[in-house]
Design a protein around this ligand. Structure first.
Ligand code: CAA
Ligand code: FAD
Length: 381
């Protein structure tokens, strides 16, 4: 067992950190306040850096790197801006990856290659108004007519919605089948007649990441846009989320690390009682707990990422990583605000944004309760 980053992983870390600090960080506050998605900065440039397809083989336009490298990239982006981190995670883990794992060769050439290069952005449509945690409750339908599938229904809360060109969408193809049975996965392109966008959410955090409603009204897509086998959509979604949870766990560690770094810098500078507050044991103990929790969470994420890259089962590992990392992000960012005192509560410092951003990591890609359910089910099976 080797806990050192490889040369390639170290290079990716320093490259993404440099980019994140020089280009992403300076506009993070403004984009948050204006709820503004900057496609060029938050996606196109990630493509230029080779991040939009980092884990896919070179033959599909990827960089052929491992999941730890991917985790590092999402962490480093999220350390300065969680919205940019989730843009990459949703695109790569939730849209490009199921096409890589379950797509035909033709689908890979048509969709995965331009997605890996960063020419096209992806999004994943699973959640519906009455099917959130209960993903098997999907009501959107897809009916086969000749060489077309006709989609009807609404997806809500879709990250990258409106901006993405390629959507992996789950829909019920067998109305008689119950619960998770009879669901299939489809690839739907932006611009397809009958596919439109509804409400854009106004959110507590990750405010420069667009979250949109997808509306399908007699939306006709070609038969060949069925992804994987008909009726296997739920398992495709679950396997997709196993990988996605590594991305969100990495986002959570990045947010937490950003908050710890800000709190440390502040605590060394800020004097009260003629002493830098970092000298007070009460503050040091908080910093020590924050650093320890982040390191523990990061190791769980690397464990899941290692398994994902080496053909091992990683459903349980990624649920544990996501649970631990997201709850760590919430605790650490709250403590960071505390260490900055009144200043931490203002928008003059980034920790209040980080605290707002951290909360979503306990909700999306399965709430903390759902991660416990996945882990508990695996343990007691
Ligand atoms: N891999 C493969 N198969 C799996 C699986 C996995 N990880 N998990 C479950 N399955 C299979 C089961 O083996 C079972 O198969 P059989 O029919 O052959 O028995 C089948 O799927 C059904 O499993 P369950 O009975 O466990 O299903 P369930 O209905 O109880 O639901 C759940 C399980 C874990 C709660 C699931 O519904 C779930 O993950 N819910 C959360 C939804 C979620 O995470 N949504 C995220 C949306 S994306 C997002 O949020 C984007 C973003 O962050 C940017
Ligand atoms: P509910 O399922 O209604 O849950 C409400 C509460 O009940 C939660 O606390 C939950 O933990 C609890 N609960 C539910 N069931 C159980 C149970 N069995 N045991 C214990 N507690 C339970 N979805 C996508 O498909 N694609 C996206 O790109 C996407 N991006 C998102 C971005 C944002 C900003 C947000 C807010 C959401 C996004 N989602 C996306 C949806 C997200 O995955 C869901 O919001 C999430 O899975 C929870 O579903 P829900 O909101 O319907 O909550």
């Amino acid at each position: 067992m080797n806990f050192e980053l490889t040369e390639e992983q170290s290079l990716i870390k320093s490259m993404v950190r440099e980019f994140a600090e020089a280009e992403v960080a300076p506009t993070a506050k403004e984009r948050d306040e204006e709820e503004k998605f900057d496609r060029q900065l938050m996606f196109d440039k990630l493509g230029e850096l080779g991040l939009t397809g980092i884990v896919f083989p070179e033959e599909y336009g990827g960089a052929g790197a491992d999941y730890i490298s991917y985790s590092i990239a999402v962490e480093e982006l999220s350390r300065v801006d969680a919205s940019t981190g989730v843009t990459l995670s949703a695109h790569l883990s939730l849209a490009a990856n199921p096409i890589y794992l379950f797509g035909s060769e033709e689908q890979k050439q048509t969709f995965l290659v331009p997605m890996a290069s960063g020419e096209k952005m992806g999004a994943f449509g699973l959640t519906e108004p009455s099917a959130g945690s209960d993903a098997g409750g999907t009501k959107t339908t897809a009916v086969k007519k000749g060489d077309k599938w006709i989609l009807n229904g609404t997806k809500i809360f879709i990250t990258n919605g409106g901006e993405a060109e390629v959507y992996v969408v789950l829909a019920r193809t067998d109305k008689e089948a119950e619960k998770h049975h009879g669901i299939s996965a489809f690839i739907v392109e932006k611009g397809t007649p009958g596919f439109s966008f509804g409400k854009k959410e106004q959110k507590l955090g990750i405010r420069s990441s667009p979250t949109m409603e997808l509306i399908f009204e007699n939306c006709e897509i070609p038969a060949e846009n069925l992804l994987g086998e008909e009726g296997h959509g739920f398992k495709i979604a679950m396997k997709t989320l196993d990988g996605g949870r590594i991305g969100i766990a990495s986002q959570a560690i990045g947010i937490a690390q950003g908050a710890l770094d800000a709190a440390l810098e502040y605590a060394k500078e800020r004097k009260q009682f003629d002493t830098p507050i970092a000298r007070f044991q009460g503050v040091q103990f908080q910093l020590a707990d924050m650093a320890t929790q982040i390191e523990a969470a990061r190791l769980l994420v690397y464990n899941a990422a290692y398994k994902a890259s080496n053909g091992l089962s990683y459903s349980q590992a990624s649920a544990m990583a996501k649970l631990m990392a997201s709850e760590t992000a919430m605790k650490v960012t709250t403590q960071a605000v505390q260490i900055l005192g009144g200043y931490g509560y203002t928008r003059d410092f980034p920790v209040e944004r980080m605290m707002r951003d951290a909360k979503i990591t306990e909700i999306y890609e399965g709430t903390s309760e759902i991660q416990r359910l996945v882990i508990g089910t695996n343990l007691t099976r």
